[in-house]
Design a protein around this ligand. Structure first.
Ligand code: BES
Ligand code: ZN
Length: 460
């Protein structure tokens, strides 16, 4: 292993320059005006993959392209095969004014690199690319075949990836999928995540008068859609954080005593969390701790709320419409289609006749939970411990990676969630960053991982 580890040490400066190039693409999948930036980013990845010795190609889809990059292999290779999944698309960078430096002009400060996508997810998948590069460029045989699948639509629900998995089933058939797109609680606490929340997304719009009206002339005699929306949404949750839509909690798997004990050992304490979030207080569903609330309980969140005049100064109108972007996080045993159905039915039932309700459905995905007892999970734990020099924690996380369920259904493969993002990385927030220490340790983790994973029994 030494030549591989030495190679990593000797090349960090170049890696950083390349990482900077990767971060400069404004690969914002949610915004159609960035379509060409996603394509350019995918093309850069293909070229970069080839440069480091991978067999890489661009696969167009109905949306943004998928990049496949494979370690060179024999035709009928009998070596174990693992997939590394990651995404090169990023969340919208807005609000721009809160960024200390522009989101697509990477800046290094101390041991951090700042840019949109730094931690979520370019830095995390780049660490794996660099680890595999180190094997290939030092002529050190890899004990397994590795295929990178880097997609450009994770942040918008991975709508085109399932079809791709189905049509490339043989090529992507693998022992397990390695994903570094989650977090770890602290720099000295590596983690294996064994559960993710699911999600449903939708938008609602309440339409009132045919156009914005003078609020002096007409206000008082016509419904104000912004008020109607505020009142409707206010009914969704009580002041103890409990969602009041009947059936919302149907099927929610209770936390076992064992899990609650594990969660208590999670190193990021509530006081630290409160400080990190900058909120006056923590708030969540009564009867659960903050760690439980954000990893293992379902939620109803307003992600965006828009109506009326947003410009400077005052404008006296009754707005014609009010709109909300909503996502619910789901936990094991909740069925996305069922939750969507009851939430929509409840909204329709509770919407007053003074406005017209329109609902547009968005993406959806089930929660994911695989107990970390399998041989690959145990191998991953050993790799984490070797790289970070500390015992990894086992945790459930609240974010969603929609495609993990499809990996299981279509390819029969479990996902190993080996996140190297930190809680203060500002994923989806202004001033997103990635720790250079995590970047380096992540590369080492990947180096060990291929050894540990390939040494376990039970391969094809
Ligand atoms: N990397 C995140 C998912 C994540 C982050 C999982 C932290 C666990 C801990 C991913 O890029 C993401 O943000 N996913 C979206 C999915 C959605 C748009 C379908 C999410 O969770 O909001
Ligand atoms: Zn994300």
């Amino acid at each position: 292993m030494q030549p591989v580890l030495n190679y990593l040490k000797q090349n960090q400066k170049r890696f950083l320059a390349e990482f900077g190039d990767y971060l400069r693409f404004a690969s914002v999948s949610a915004q159609p005006e960035h379509k060409k930036d996603l394509l350019a980013c995918a093309e850069w990845l293909v070229a970069h993959g080839r440069k480091i010795g991978l067999d890489a190609r661009l696969c167009p889809t109905a949306g943004h392209p998928i990049v496949i990059a494979k370690t060179p292999r024999k035709k009928n290779s009998r070596r174990p095969h693992f997939m590394v999944y990651g995404h090169y698309d990023v969340q919208p960078p807005e609000p721009f004014e809160l960024w200390k430096t522009p989101p697509f002009e990477p800046r290094i400060a101390g041991r951090n690199i700042f840019a949109r996508g730094a931690t979520d997810n370019k830095g995390q998948n780049f660490a794996h690319l660099k680890a595999v590069e180190a094997y290939l460029q030092t002529g050190t045989p890899l004990p397994c075949d590795v295929t990178f699948v880097l997609e450009g639509e994770e942040e918008v629900g991975s709508a085109n990836l399932s079809k791709f998995l189905k049509s490339h089933r043989a090529e992507l058939d693998c022992e397990a999928v390695v994903i570094s797109d989650t977090g770890m609680p602290a720099p000295d606490h590596p983690a294996l995540t064994y559960a993710l929340r699911g999600i449903i997304a939708f938008e609602i719009i309440l339409r009132g008068p045919a156009r914005d009206l003078h609020s002096g002339i007409f206000g008082g005699a016509v419904e104000n859609p912004a008020m109607a929306l505020a009142q409707l949404l206010a009914k969704v949750r009580d002041d103890q954080g409990h969602v009041k839509i009947p059936g919302f909690y149907d099927g929610v798997a209770p936390l076992s005593k064992y899990e609650r004990e594990q969660i208590k050992r999670y190193p990021l304490k509530d006081a630290q969390l409160k400080k990190l979030l900058g909120a006056p207080q923590l708030f969540g569903e009564r009867g659960f701790t903050p760690t439980e609330q954000r990893s293992s309980r379902p939620t109803f969140e307003i992600n965006g709320l828009t109506s009326g005049y947003q410009g400077e100064g005052s404008k006296t109108i009754v707005p014609a419409w009010a709109r909300a972007k909503i996502t619910c996080r789901l936990v094991p045993n909740q069925r996305p289609a069922h939750v969507r159905k009851i939430v929509c039915a409840w909204l329709k039932k509770n919407c007053p006749p003074t406005v017209r309700l329109e609902i547009t459905a968005g993406h959806g995905a089930e929660a994911y939970l695989v107990p970390p007892t399998s041989a690959p999970a145990q191998a991953a734990l050993r790799a984490l411990e070797k790289a970070f020099g500390a015992r990894p924690v086992l945790m459930r996380e609240g974010g969603s990676i929609p495609i993990v369920n499809e990996f299981k259904k279509i390819l029969g493969a479990d996902s190993l969630l080996l996140g190297i993002g930190l809680p203060d990385d500002n994923a989806h927030s202004p001033n997103e960053k990635f720790s250079l220490d995590c970047f380096e340790q992540g590369q080492r983790m990947s180096v060990y991982l291929w050894q540990e994973l390939s040494a376990t029994d039970g391969h094809r």
